[in-house]
Design a protein around this ligand. Sequence first.
Ligand code: PHE
Length: 342
Amino acid sequence: MGMSERINEIRTILTNELEQAETTQLLDNLRVRILGKKGELTALLRGMGQLSPEERPQAGQLINEARESFTAMLDEKLAVLKAKEREEALKREAIDVTQPVDLPAEGGEHPITLVMNEMIDCFTGMGFEVVEGPEVELDHYNFELMNIPKNHPARDAQDTFYIDDNIVLRTHTSPIQARTMLSRKPPIRVICPGRVYRADEMDATHSPVFHQMEGLVVDKDVNMADLRGTLNAFAERIYGKGITTRFRPSFFPFTEPSTEVDLTCAACHGKGCRVCKGTGWIEVLGGGMVNPKVLADCGIDPEIYSGFAFGIGLERIAMQRYSIPDLRLLYEGDVRFLNQFR
Ligand code: PHE
C-alpha cells in the first residue's frame, strides 16, 4: 500500500472516531492513538527507513502535512467539546437562589447561662476579671483556708460530697478566693462563676448541683460601703431602676462581719407579694469583709489590706427574673421549657 493510501486510511479512522468522541478524555486518547509516540502516524514515520532514498522526501512531506491536518481536526473538535463541557458544568453548578432553604434548628442559651453572662457583663464593666477553679477541689481550699475548721457543721457529710478524706466536690465557689489570693497580689478584683455541689435531695428549691458566682475584692482601704455600692450597682443592672439591697447581719466563717443580702422584690417592687411572701425583699446572696485570718492564711497582710467577698446564687436570680416556679425545670432539659429562652 502506498504512503498516501495509508494516510487516507488513518484519516478515515480519525474522522469516524472524531464523530464518536463525546468527551475531552476520549479525544485525548484518540490524539495519542494517532499522533502519540506509538501512534499510527508516528509508525509510518518510523517505517520510512525501509523506503528508497528517492521516495523518502515525498513520503516525509506527506506525513508532515498529515500531521498538521490531523492536529487541526483534533483541535477543532477539542474546542467544541470544551465549550460543551463548560456549558454542562455551568448548568450542573447553578444555584437556584429562589429555592427555599432548610435552616438547621437553632439552639438557644440556657436561662442559667443567660443570667451568668449578664452578670459577667455587669461585673467586668465594673473592672472585675473572671477567674475559674476546679469543681473537684481539695478540702484544703474548700474548707481549711476558708476558716472552716474540721468540726464545723458545714463539713457535715450530709452536705458535702467527699471523694476521699482530702478531696471534695466544691460546696461553694469560695475556694477560688483562696486560689486567687495565693496566686496574685492586691489589688484583686475577680468574679468566679461555676457549678457547686451539695448532698441535697432534689425538690422545687434544692438541687445537688447548682451555680454560684463568687466576688472578691482585695486592696487598701476596702470597706463594707464598697461592697454595698458594688451590689447596688449590680441589682439595678440586673433587675432595673429602683431595685436596691438590704443587708442583714449573718455569719460565715470566712467573712467578718458577714451579711445576708436581700434585693428589692422585682415582682412587686417592694410592696409585698406572693413571690416575696409579703416582705418586699428576696434573699439572693451572702457576703462580708474577708476575715483577716483568711487573708493572712492566703499570704496577704491584713494590717495593710482589707477585702470584701460575696457569693450569689444564680438559680435564685434566674427563677426570679424569668418567673420560674420550680428549680427542677432548669435541669430537666425539657425543650418545651427551654424553647422559651431562644
Ligand atoms: N460561700 C457562701 C455560701 O456558699 C457565700 C459567701 C461567699 C458568703 C462569699 C460570704 C462571702 O453560702
